[in-house]
Ligand binder design. Structure first.
Ligand code: FAD
Ligand code: NAP
Length: 858
């Protein structure tokens, strides 16, 4: 019992009684656990308790933004509008609390100040601001992502003598602005919802905008008939589809690039999206808006043109046009009449980039005008300046883990979590929708439910299996942090100074906080972690411990997505198609890939191979020549492929290096087995050496390059050129090269299946080309000496059967004194580098390849 006479020991202490806290209580109670929720407010609701500003409503349709765990509730609750207002959502959550009698386990007006892990007792000791201490085996932070309002951080903010309001702490009795001169500072979602309503009431409204924001119309009204029908046909299936969608709302993802359609088609799609309105109308029309800046700008410009068409005054319209960050990389706002509000006579927009606030005064706000300070007088100031998002609510509690480690200190340079749910050094601490989880990039109810279910099921499993503590391992946590960053880095999100990046709070580390890999992938990841014996967690009980250490999701996110799509196609293994079938198959799939960048000129021709003419394709840069030359050998296991089968990669190499790239064909097995390909590759190099000048190249600067089997040939001809006194090569770029046909390297077993190039396919290739690969002209790694070879750049992929033989070749070259650039590309596969414009994560590696080639030529 605590000093106040209340029970103080629990299985689980939950902080927060918003959506997450309510569902946690319900689940824990159903599991027969003792649990209490501590809540700073005097009622349930969280976000919907605090944010009572005019116009506050959800921007995910209520039909989606509602609990799915109580089918009876779903039947009995009827939302009055597509996007319900704050009072209606609050009533809903109060109804949930009443219906399930949850209030009896909630202590209101109780703010948690500190929590300390007591290693001896194996319990959390949770201290409230009121001085009570509660003891619990598990401690769950359901404190929300947007529950700590940000300070105004404006000089003189506390000087103003009139009333000030924060949108996130709005007075319960409401505010009547009739006849008043009101300032609103901020133009985020909260401001954009409240400005039209305040403008309609106030005598004068002045909006202070630091960064113009993108907003799309809500078109609020009754729930869309189609959506309702889709839902009512099978509510359970609808909810399940939401759970396995990218953002927690069942919408069909687009498979079309914004750049793959005509300007007219694109604008028509955006117009349809604008008319549909809401978060997903416009932004879901194409698949590359969040990854390709050019595609994104087409949508951004569409919105800017809408603003120009709505706002009468051209100067105000331009000021409202966002142009400092890509669309949707800050949370997209959803409004009712926001832009049109600026056509009212009583509304003025102040652009803080032109005329910054000097100070807030007793009577108003001073701004630096062109002609000196301008004094603006107000009766009320509304601060719509946002939140210390995601980490703020967690680190505002003084959490001390094992060995006295403070969570705030651990997170000083950015949050470190495993799955966004847990953190090393803090056993039995769970965070709902924490940093590193999809949370704010999704329909939060779906993410909250998934987290609550994972946490409560984990606690239940621990109890059944006799474990008393759970904690992630450093390896798992570091791996997850890497994955979260990798996922963000292939998007445009990091380009915006957003609260997702911590950029809105002065001094906060700039780290992309949420997980952008999608609700569906995230759910699958959590499920796999559980299924793989709590991968990355250490569980300890009286009878022992269990730790299946490791990293989840080691593939780059876009690579994994592509592999998943390919797996769904259930394609036959290439080696079962025979050589002709395999070639046909490859040609057919090549037609479907993005073309790669434009180059100055493309010339197709023939060269004399070792046994007759063979094709080449020459890629010439647009710049004046003569250019340095890259003789390129295509991939395809010496069986498939030709001079144009690596076309996008060659274009990319030409574009990035400014070199003339000559992709040469060679004869293939089984019709022309070893040494035919090596002979042709050597003939091609000699021919280019002799004709470089005629082709527009610089004979003094010739390098070779190749991918896979082509990497093998590039390595082979480098050795031949050394041994035959020329042509003199300035470098060799070997991408995932086959260097040793013995099939002995561990990676061929480790990565035997699942990454396109399989062990069985590689074995088949070798069988067709050089079953006895013991000659150095088949296995360049087996050469007597690698000394005096030209400088090399060797790129290998982590998930490639050929990884280790490529790495071994790089090491052997280095040992032989050859200058080597060696990159083992994390999370990449054998085929990823060639998916130009289809995959983003390999792009930096291709840039590194080009840098290495340019160093050869320098
Ligand atoms: P919260 O609702 O934030 O609840 C956390 C609770 O913890 C609060 O009540 C707080 O008082 C309490 N608490 C925090 N710290 C302590 C402490 N130390 N001691 C005691 N109590 C504490 N998401 C969407 O998906 N769709 C939307 O349309 C949407 N609209 C939003 C509109 C606004 C204005 C805002 C601010 C957010 C919106 N969100 C929306 C995000 C919203 O926060 C979540 O959808 C959801 O309500 C979060 O629920 P929660 O229980 O996790 O956290
Ligand atoms: P926000 O998006 O962070 O917006 C804050 C605004 O205040 C920004 O325009 C910001 O400008 C400005 N600002 C901050 N500090 C300032 C300063 N010192 N001087 C001048 N301007 C300053 O906050 P929010 O509007 O409260 O929304 C936060 C999140 O809550 C949303 O992104 C959304 O996820 C959720 N939300 C949802 C809804 C909904 O429609 N359902 C409604 C409200 C909130 P800068 O951009 O320059 O930093």
């Amino acid at each position: 019992m605590s000093d106040s006479g209340e029970r103080s020991e629990f299985d689980v202490v939950v902080v927060g009684a918003g959506m997450a806290g309510l569902y946690l209580l319900k689940r824990l109670r159903d599991q027969g656990m003792s649990a209490v929720a501590l809540e700073a407010a005097d009622d349930v609701g969280g976000t919907w308790y605090w944010n009572r500003y005019p116009g506050a409503r959800c921007d995910v349709p209520s039909l989606d933004y509602s609990f799915s765990w109580d089918p009876e509730l779903e039947q009995e609750w009827e939302w009055s509008e597509k996007y319900a207002t704050q009072p209606e959502i609050l009533r809903y959550l109060q109804h949930v609390a009443d219906k399930h009698d949850l209030r009896r386990d909630i202590r209101f007006e109780t703010r948690v100040a500190a929590a300390r892990w007591d290693d001896e007792a194996q319990r959390w000791r949770i201290g409230t601001e009121g001085g009570d201490e509660l003891v619990a085996q598990h401690y769950v932070m359901a404190t929300g992502c947007l529950s700590v309002p940000k300070d105004a951080d404006i000089p003189g903010a506390d000087r103003f003598s009139g009333p000030t309001y924060y949108t996130g702490r709005w007075p319960h009795e409401g505010v009547d602005f009739t006849g008043r001169r009101v300032a609103v500072i901020g133009t985020g979602s909260s401001a954009i919802q409240s400005i039209p309503i305040i403008a309609a009431q106030a005598e004068q409204l002045t909006v202070f905008q630091r960064t113009a924001n993108f907003s799309v119309p809500a078109h609020n009204g009754p729930t869309d008939a189609d959506k309702r029908a889709q839902y009512e046909a099978d509510p359970a299936a609808y909810r399940e589809a939401a759970r396995w969608s990218a953002v927690g709302v069942p919408i069909e993802p687009s498979e079309i690039s914004a750049l793959a359609v005509s300007d007219e088609e694109r604008d028509a799609a955006y117009e349809r999206g604008w008319q549909e309105g809401g978060l997903f109308g416009l932004s879901s029309k194409f698949n590359d808006l969040l990854v390709n800046p050019v595609a994104n700008d087409t949508a951004a410009e569409f919105v800017r043109n809408k603003i120009r068409s709505i706002v009468d005054d051209p100067v105000t319209a331009e000021t409202l046009c966002p142009n400092t960050f890509p669309l949707s990389t800050k949370r997209l706002c959803v409004d009712t009449d926001y832009y049109a509000t600026y056509n009212r006579d009583n509304v003025r927009l102040v652009d803080l980039r032109e005329t910054p606030i000097e100070t807030i005064t007793e009577r108003g706000i001073d701004i630096a005008g062109t002609g000196g300070t301008e004094h603006l007088e107000f009766d009320d100031i509304v601060f719509a300046v946002g939140f210390d998002a995601m980490t703020g609510p967690i680190v505002s509690v003084d959490i001390e883990g094992r060995n006295g480690v403070s969570l705030k200190e651990k997170w000083a340079d950015g949050p470190q979590t495993y799955l966004g749910l847990t953190s090393v050094g803090f056993p039995n601490l769970f965070i709902i929708t924490g940093p590193g989880s999809p949370s704010v990039l999704s329909n939060m109810v779906v993410s909250i439910e998934q987290h609550v279910e994972w946490v409560t099921e984990t606690i239940e499993r621990m109890r059944k299996d006799g474990f008393t503590t759970i904690e992630p391992t450093p390896t798992a946590e570091a791996g997850w942090g890497q994955h979260v960053n990798d996922c963000a880095d292939i998007t445009l999100f990091p380009q915006a100074a957003s609260w997702y990046m911590g950029a809105n709070v002065p001094g906060k580390p700039r780290v992309f906080l949420p997980y952008v890999g999608g609700v569906d992938n995230y759910r699958d990841t959590c499920d796999r972690v559980t299924a793989e014996g709590f991968l990355g967690f250490r569980l300890v009980g009286d009878d022992g411990e269990q730790c299946n250490d490791g990293v989840v999701n080691r593939l780059q996110h876009d690579v994994a997505t592509m592999l998943k799509l390919m797996a769904e196609l259930e394609l036959p293994p290439i080696e079962t198609l025979g050589a002709a079938g395999a070639r046909e198959f490859m040609a057919a799939t090549n037609v479907m890939r993005p073309p790669g960048p434009d180059v100055g000129e493309i010339v197709d021709g023939t060269y004399p191979g070792a046994d007759g003419d063979l094709a080449y394709r020459l890629y010439r840069p647009a710049t004046p020549g003569p250019h340095p030359v890259v003789v390129y050998y295509h991939g395809g296991g010496w069986v498939i492929g030709d001079a144009i089968s690596d076309d996008p990669f060659c274009r990319d190499l030409c574009d990035r290096t400014g070199a003339l790239v000559i992709s040469v064909d060679y004869r293939h097995g089984p019709e022309a087995p070893y040494p035919a390909a090596a002979d042709d590759a050597w003939a091609a190099l000699r021919w280019v050496g002799e004709h470089a000048a005629e082709l527009g190249g610089d004979p003094e600067r010739i390098a070779v390059a190749g991918w896979s089997a082509g990497g093998n040939l590039a390595a082979v001809v480098s050795q031949l050129a050394r041994d035959n006194g020329g042509p003199a090569l300035v470098g060799q770029l070997l991408v995932c090269p086959a260097t040793d046909l013995s099939k002995q390297h561990p990676s061929i077993h480790e990565n035997a299946e699942g990454y396109v190039l399989t062990k069985s396919l590689m074995e088949w290739f070798i069988e067709q080309y050089a079953p006895d690969g013991s000659s150095p002209l088949a296995s360049p790694l087996l050469a007597d000496s690698l000394a005096d070879l030209p400088p090399a750049a060797v790129f290998t992929a982590e998930f490639d059967p050929l990884r280790d033989e490529g790495n071994a070749y790089a090491k052997a070259l280095e040992d032989a004194g050859v200058p080597v650039t060696h990159e083992e590309c994390r999370g990449q596969t054998h085929t990823a580098f060639h998916a130009v414009d289809a995959l983003i994560s390999p792009t930096p590696h291709r840039a590194d390849m080009a840098d290495a080639v340019n160093r050869f030529f320098a």
